[in-house]
Design a protein around this ligand. Sequence first.
Ligand SMILES: [Zn+2]
Length: 244
Amino acid sequence: MSSQSKIELSPQLLRRLHRIHRQLADLRSQVKRAPIQIKASQARVDQAEAKVEDAKERLKQAKKTADQKQLQLKEREDRIVTLERKLNEAASNVEFTTFQEQIAADRKANEVLSDEVFEVLEQIDEINAQLEGVTKDLESEKSDHEKRVSEIKARQEVAEGDLKRAEAELESSETEIPAVVRSDYDRVVGAKGEDALAPVDEDSCGCCCQTLTTQYVEQLRMSKLTRCPSCHAFLYLPEDRRVK
Ligand SMILES: [Zn+2]
């Protein structure tokens, strides 16, 4: 610390560097977030699409069931017609009674089956209504997705432009860092990013809250290079604190 304390380092430069580093961190996270936001938006479309597919599948199954039951109904009706003909041609009372019983049994079975067909047809109506609803939802989800994606991409483009400008500003500002400090600065920035620099908040480090002795604050008032003894951040006095 004692050897470093002789090095002059302007608080204006440190403030500017810290502002740019914070801006960079924010812009980088914005740029990184964009594809995640697009993915989340696409997931909503996929979910709506799955609901449509599910309704279509249920409709297909219900129609299949209705077809099977209606076919069964028709077959049994045909059989009743045949039995009625046989009934008229019955050669004995025993035969007559047998045909009569078979006809009665088939009619009873078909009554139950008709109710079932009616139920399935009602289900089909219901599923059709659901399908209409989820199809509309899918359409609006798709158009919302398009809007969201274009908004995200527009924001991303702005963020990327700002990022390039901030990177250029950083590069030019970093040339003002005294050469003797540069490698330390690069190392801490590489490890800690925006937390490589910290304002002094009251009498503590604005990054790790370590309380600083008056000697540190005095050094900062004289614009001398001062590192936090705990987190090693490059300290600076905020603009509203008197310097030298
Ligand atoms: Zn600290």
